[in-house]
Design a protein around this ligand. Structure first.
Ligand SMILES: CC(C)(COP(=O)(O)OP(=O)(O)OC[C@H]1O[C@@H](n2cnc3c(N)ncnc32)[C@H](O)[C@@H]1OP(=O)(O)O)[C@@H](O)C(=O)NCCC(=O)NCCS
Length: 182
């Protein structure tokens, strides 16, 4: 079973194959504003090389530090990869705090599972594994959002205890609240 790990150079081959799968389903195309698409635009031309991938991984790892420079409106974030040894299956990003935009539609946590690894329960397991990590970062109540039409993601969130607050601009907004101590 895969586990969440810190991104590392040893995942390069599998990661690059996974990104080709995502491109195959249209990710990274014009109009795709997802984090994955942004990474494809910024690093996709170079992450095939050892040096390019090392730079990409270093940027991802540095993003968790408050002192790392970032564009206005972006907050520190921890990205973890769901991997089995060197094999990359997916990724999950925890944003350390909410901005007005994240509160409205982005939420604390985003995730993707590569197309060839879907329907194995990985996203559900990945989110379950991430919740204690989010809590250790000081996020007690975790906001997750997904498109109203994203049946798979709805199921992932609900199976992790997500309680629907509302739907805003086609986005379902769920909270996974910290259990009070027994
Ligand atoms: C959403 C996503 C992360 C789900 O990953 P996954 O590893 O396949 O999810 P799981 O295997 O944990 O499945 C969760 C549930 O969704 C169901 N499911 C998975 N894909 C589905 C689909 N295309 N249509 C309907 N249900 C689906 C599964 O059957 C499972 O429910 P069940 O166990 O009750 O049957 C993955 O499809 C993905 O990366 N999609 C693109 C990016 C994305 O949408 N990210 C989330 C943004 S909020």
């Amino acid at each position: 079973m895969p586990v969440l790990v810190t991104p590392a150079a040893r995942h390069r081959r599998s990661f690059v194959e996974a990104m080709a799968e995502f491109r195959g389903e249209g990710r990274g195309a014009d109009g795709d504003g997802s984090m994955l698409a942004n990474e494809m635009r910024r690093h996709g031309a170079t992450w095939d090389s050892e040096a390019g991938f090392a730079a990409f991984v270093a940027e991802l790892v540095a993003a968790r530090l408050e002192e790392t420079p970032r564009p206005d409106g972006f907050v520190a974030s921890t990205t973890l990869w769901y991997a089995d040894g060197d094999v990359y299956h997916g990724r999950l990003t925890i944003r350390h705090r909410l901005t007005p935009l994240l509160l409205e539609e982005g939420g604390h946590i985003g995730y993707d599972v590569r197309p060839s690894s879907r329907h194995r329960g990985y996203a559900t397991a990945m989110l379950a594994e991430a919740l204690p990590i989010a809590r250790a970062l000081g996020i007690c109540d975790v906001l997750l959002t997904c498109d109203d039409s994203n049946i798979a993601s709805r199921s992932v969130i609900e199976r992790n205890g997500g309680v629907l607050e509302d739907v805003r601009s086609g986005k379902r907004r769920y909270w996974i609240r910290e259990e009070p101590p027994a």
